[in-house]
Structures are given as C-alpha cells and as structure tokens.
Design a protein around this ligand. Structure first.
Ligand SMILES: [Zn+2]
Length: 381
C-alpha cells in the first residue's frame, strides 16, 4: 500500500508556520491513499505534523498521519489491525508528473497556454475533453445544456455515478481528475437558444484558440461554423453519420478552404451511399448528424478530431505559423463495411483524407454570404 501526496501541499506545510494541518483525500480500500486537490467526495484524511510533536493515531485505515522533518523528510503512518505501520509515500506534482511521458512526443508546454472551446459534451465531446486534458491543455470551455441519462453512459466518458448531472459538470470533474490545474469554464445553456446565449458564446469564443464542434443538433453546428468564420478562430467539426457507420472530421480555417457548410449536402449524400441501406436504418436518417453507435466507433472519430486539434494548437506558436497538414481539411472515417442489403456490415476502420475548397455558393462563407470572415492573424500571418 502506498500514499500519494500533493507536493504543493507538502511544501506549503514545510515552509509554513503551522505545527499541524489536515487534508482530505481518497482511500482506495486496501490499495492506496491519494491526497491531491481532486474533484469528488473524499473518504480519507491526513494529519500532517512536525517532527517531535505528539499525535494520536486513529484505528481507521482511512485516517493517516504524516510526520514532516525540518530537513524535509516525510514519514507516513496508518493503523492496521491495531498496530501502527509506516506507509511508503510519494510526492506528486500533477502538472509535471502526469505529463512526464509526453515529453519529446508532444509540446505539452505550448498547450498549457491554449484554450479550446468544446461545443457539445456528449460521447464525442467528453472524449475530446479527456484526451486534451491528457495532452496537457491549459484551459477548456465546456458548453452543453443536457444532463446525463442512463442510455448515455455506454458511450460517455463519465460513469453511472454522474447520472442526472449536467454533462458540463461531469466532464469538468473528469478533466480535473486528470489534471486539477486545468482551468475549466462551463456554460450549460443552448448556445444558440437565445440572443443572450449567442452573445455570451460569441464573447467566450473570442478567448479561445480553437473551437471544437461536437454537438448533436443541426442548429448548433451551423451556429458554431458561423462562430468560427465570424471570429476567425479555426474550428474542428466532428460528427457521425447513420448508426455511426462513418463519420467526418473537418477542419475549418476561416478564409482558407471550405467551411463546414460549403459541401455539407454532398458529404452526407456520399456517406449515405457508402454506408448502404442498413437493416435498421430510418429513411433519411443520414441527415441526422449524431447517430447511435457503439463507443469504439464514436471514439475512432473523436480521436481523429483530437489529433487534428493537437496539430493546430501546436502549430499556432510554430515558426511556419500554420499546421503542416493544412492541405487536407476533411477526413472521412469508416467504422463499418457497407453491408449486404438487409444485413449489418462488419466493423472495421479506415480513413480517407480530402482537401475541400470553399464554395462560392456557400450560404455561410460564399460571395453572397452576409457573414464577414476574419482570418486568424496568428495562424495565417
Ligand atoms: Zn462555406
């Protein structure tokens, strides 16, 4: 059994004036103690005292004592079967230790000062949020008006203990359990439901580096495309087609290449041809942007969106000033083979990449569109 203690809490006590301090944490029955600033209900306590002070030991394994020496030494004790035992303790610095294995693979440091807006915190959005947290993102804005229901659980990153909670709150806790130092802002209204919500979302988007559209309503998808074009912020649109047999991840760089609406109808028509007439399909259901599917199909699409997001976020600070893979802005992901008529196809994975040019006829970004585009000066200077 091991005890993990926040290095920050330890240093604060060591350098402070107090002789004793109490911290709350988590006792994983018979396995470990964790004392870190994490969300969730705590079931353990740690009493930290200075060397030479007297303390009373509790009979409960969930109450632990730590003795701190003037030389910075740390000795932890717990009671077990009526006897006092010393526990192996390790200091943890989440902001540093958690990302130690990303070094050399990913510019974690440059992600620390980036903000990503995640519109839609369902199955795709929760995966995107958790993955960005693991990559080292500094700030997230989570937007979703819905609450978690039992059918959500088999595809959402949050478990049953979060039933009935706002998705933004469940995802916030998920993100903070990976790194408690990520700044998370939540907005639990329909982002385009009222003028006030539109104004607020527009203001929030201005503070972000990248907009991720992972919503399941057409209105919010179109709104987020407008938000991207209007603010000049790059955006990534991730969505699934009929029964999650395929999905797309589209990057929109305002002023460069296609926006989300430029070729939307054609993409949906092609997806429907590719997916065939599934046994359980409802007529025209390919036009519904988010469809039921199993978690691994949905996650395949979500993970491609995360890779694209990381590429854009790390490129913003690069000398070239734009992502190297800019040429391809649409990835079509297939997770099920085209079935024979009346049957389900096999599960699979394949991806094809395309470059979509802007359409002059596009209602959102074409020559007749009323929306003024602003190219992001950081990304395209
Ligand atoms: Zn367009």
């Amino acid at each position: 059994m091991k005890l993990y203690l926040s290095e920050t809490w330890f240093r604060k006590f060591l350098e402070g004036e107090e002789n004793a301090c109490e911290y709350e944490g988590f006792y994983n029955e018979g396995e470990s103690w964790v004392f870190l600033p994490l969300p969730g209900s705590r079931n353990a306590s740690l009493r930290m005292i200075r060397e030479g002070m007297k303390t009373e030991f509790s009979d409960s394994s969930s109450r632990v004592s730590a003795v701190v020496g003037t030389d910075g030494s740390l000795a932890c004790f717990a009671s077990r079967d009526g006897a006092i035992m010393e526990i192996d303790a390790e200091l943890v610095s989440p902001s540093h230790d958690v990302y130690s294995r990303n070094h050399g693979l990913l510019e974690t440091r440059c992600l620390q000062n980036k903000t990503v807006f995640i519109g839609g915190c369902g199955s795709v959005g929760s995966t995107v949020a958790a993955e960005l947290a693991k990559a080292g993102i500094g700030r997230l804005v989570l937007v979703d008006p819905d609450r978690l229901t039992p059918p959500n659980i088999c595809r959402h990153q949050a478990g049953l203990q979060h039933l009935g909670r706002l998705k933004v709150n469940a995802v916030k806790d998920l993100v903070l359990s990976i790194n408690p130092f990520i700044e998370v802002e939540t907005f639990s209204e329909d982002m385009c439901g009222t003028m006030e919500a539109i104004d607020k979302t527009t203001r929030i988007a201005e503070t972000c580096d990248l907009l991720m559209c992972t919503t399941d309503t057409d209105n919010s998808r179109i709104f987020m495309n407008d938000l991207s074009l209007g603010s000049g912020k790059p955006s990534i649109h991730a969505g699934l087609h009929e029964r999650a047999s395929s999905g797309i991840v589209q990057s929109v760089f305002p002023g460069r290449g296609a926006c989300f609406l430029c070729h939307r109808e054609k993409i949906l028509t092609e997806a429907r041809k590719e997916n065939g007439n599934l046994a359980y399909s409802v007529e025209n259901s390919a036009l519904v942007p988010i469809q039921p599917g199993i978690s691994s199909q949905i996650n395949a699409v979500a993970e491609v969106a995360v890779l694209k997001a990381l590429e854009i976020l790390t490129a913003i600070d690069s000398e070239e000033g734009k992502p190297s893979g800019f040429g391809e802005n649409l990835t079509f992901i297939k997770t099920r083979e085209k079935p024979d008529p009346g049957r389900d196809g096999h599960l699979t994975f394949s991806a094809a990449h395309f470059r979509l040019e802007a359409s002059e006829k596009c209602a959102a970004c074409g020559t007749n569109s009323s929306l003024k585009q602003a190219a992001d000066p950081l990304l395209f200077s």
